[in-house]
Design a protein around this ligand. Structure first.
Ligand SMILES: [Zn+2]
Length: 202
């Protein structure tokens, strides 16, 4: 077992850092190609990558196409089954409540994440996610082991948001204005832009 500091020390396994770095790379790739927000997720089986995915919310026009959800869907398709009890997930950022629910239902046994939800919130992502995560304790019991990465890989994961912030916000504003205009044209009542923004990028 590799020696690391703090919480990560008792939980880290050989190969964790490499798989988490792959998820972090996905987060950058997703923003660069305009598919969605800066989030990546890998599903691994016996330390081998089954699928490596990123947020597809924008590309799929689907607010539920978070990296973790996309990875679960693709892994199930690839393995030809609906249960991933022998698999582990590596997520660039702490999963949101929706993704925790999906991870739990997929029976994935272990989740290792990089950035804390607060890092995403700091650049403008939905702050309610942080509050809602306090209600996900249930998912962290039983068969699901949840581990926050430490060391350099955690720093790398946190940096994703600052490094992609500029390019991401430009895309956000362009999309937000477009959607808002359509909404106003159809409904002739004001709509809070923040709600649309969350739906588009989260
Ligand atoms: Zn999510």
């Amino acid at each position: 077992m590799t020696t690391k500091e703090g919480e990560y020390a008792s939980a880290v396994r050989d190969g964790d850092d490499d798989l988490l770095l792959k998820a972090i790379k996905e987060a950058y790739d997703g923003v660069e190609c305009g598919d969605g927000g800066p989030f990546g997720a890998v599903v691994a089986l016996n330390n081998e990558i089954v699928v490596s995915c990123h947020n597809m919310v924008r590309k799929n026009t689907d607010p539920t196409a978070h990296a973790e959800i996309t990875a679960i869907r693709e892994a199930c398709k690839k393995l030809g089954r609906t249960e991933l009890g022998d698999c582990e997930m590596y997520a660039s950022c702490e999963p949101c409540p929706m993704c925790f629910g999906a991870i739990y239902l997929s029976r994935i046994k272990r989740v290792v994440y990089g950035a804390k939800a607060e890092a995403a919130i700091a650049v403008g992502f939905d702050a309610s996610v942080g509050d809602a995560l306090r209600g996900t304790a249930y998912y962290r019991k039983g068969h699901l082991e949840v581990i926050r990465a430490g060391g350099n890989v955690a720093v790398e994961a946190e940096q994703v948001f600052e490094r992609t912030k500029g390019m991401f916000r430009l895309k956000h504003f362009a999309t937000g204005i477009m959607v808002t205009s359509n909404f106003l044209a159809c409904n002739s009542s004001p709509s809070p832009p923040t709600l649309i923004w969350f739906a588009v990028i989260e």
